[in-house]
Design a protein around this ligand. Sequence first.
Ligand SMILES: Cc1cc2nc3c(=O)[nH]c(=O)nc-3n(C[C@H](O)[C@H](O)[C@H](O)COP(=O)(O)OP(=O)(O)OC[C@H]3O[C@@H](n4cnc5c(N)ncnc54)[C@H](O)[C@@H]3O)c2cc1C
Length: 334
Amino acid sequence: MSMSAAEMHVAVLGAGVAGASAAHALAEHGFKVSVYDKGRIPGGRAATRTRASDHYDHGAQYFTARDPAFVQQVQSWVDCGVVALWQPRLLAIGAQSERSTPGGEARWVGLPGMNCLASSLLEGLDVRCGLRVERAQRDESGWWLEFADAAPAGPFGALLCTLPAPQAADLLADEPLGLLAGEVEFAPCWALMTEFARPLPVDFDAAFVNRGPLSWVARDASKPGRPAGERWLIHAGTPFSRAHLEADGKHVAGLLLDAFFAAIACPAQVPVKSATHRWRYALADPPLHVGALVDARRRLALGGDWCQGSRIEGAWLSGQALARQVREWRGSLA
Ligand SMILES: Cc1cc2nc3c(=O)[nH]c(=O)nc-3n(C[C@H](O)[C@H](O)[C@H](O)COP(=O)(O)OP(=O)(O)OC[C@H]3O[C@@H](n4cnc5c(N)ncnc54)[C@H](O)[C@@H]3O)c2cc1C
C-alpha cells in the first residue's frame, strides 16, 4: 500500500534559500518535513548580521528574478512585505578607475535583511537550527541523521541535501551523488563590514569594483528598511580571497580597508568598528545547471545554488526541483 504524503517524513539539510524553498513546497503539498541547519538562524549565504547596533547583509547583496515561477514568488514576498526594490546609485569601477553605470535590471532585497527570504518560507515549519549534521546514512527503515550533541533523528523516507557542494561531498562521501558533488569547485570570499562616524564623501551607494582586490562595495543604509548609519559592506574578489584564505581576519581587514579607499578615491578614514567574515564556500566556480542531482533508488537528492547557476534565484529554483522530485517519488506530482 503506498504511503500518503504526510506519512512520508522528509529531512531537508540546510535552511538557506534552497532548503527553505524545498521545505515550503513540500509542506504545501502535505508532506511532513524537518529542516536541519548548523547555523544559529535560517538564511545560509543570504545572511544578515544584526549583532548589537550592527546591520549588514554580509553574503548575498540583492537578487534578480527572471524565471516566471520565481517572479511569482518575488511578487508574493512583495505582497507580504518580505521583499522590496533596492534602487541604489550604482557604479561599476573599472581597472583604470573609470566609472560606468551598470544596466537597470530590478534588484530586490529582503526586509529588513536578506535572511528574511529563507525565514519567511520556513515560517511554521519544523526547523532545527544549531544542529550540525555529522553523518547521514540509510538502512532498511530509511535515512538517519547523526549530530555532535543531539540524539539521532529518523527514519526519514527521503533526504534532501542543500549544503554547498564540498560540504555535501564530505557528508555523503559514500554515496555516488557525494562523489559528483565533490567535483564542483567553490570559490571563497572575504567580507569586511565597517562603520564610519560620518558619511563618506562619495556620490554612490554601491559599486561593482573591477580594480585591485575588491569586487563589490555597498552602503547598507541605502537599502530599504535598514537602520541609519554609515555602514559599508566590502567584498573581496576571488583571487584575493583565495590568496588570503587562511589569513588572520584583522590582517585581511586592514588590506581591504586600504583597497576600499583606493577604489572609491576617497581620503582614508578610521572606522568606528570593523569585522570580517570569511565565506569559505561562497560561489560555485563554475556551477551546474541541472536543478538537482537525484538518486531515486536511495531516495536522495542534492540541490542548492550550485546545481542551478549560483544565485538566489537558482537556489530557489533548485529547491523547487527537489520538492518536485519527492512528489514524483510519492506519485503525487499533479
Ligand atoms: C559573498 C557572497 C555574495 C553573494 N552575492 C549574491 C548576490 O548579490 N545575488 C545573488 O543572487 N546571490 C549572491 N550570492 C549567492 C547566494 O547567497 C546563494 O546563491 C544562496 O544564498 C545559496 O543558497 P543555498 O540554500 O543553495 O545555500 P546556503 O545558503 O549555503 O545554505 C546551505 C545551508 O547548509 C548549512 N549547512 C552546511 N553544512 C551543514 C551541516 N553539516 N549540517 C547542517 N547544516 C549545514 C549552512 O549553515 C547553510 O545554512 C552570494 C553569496 C556570497 C557568499
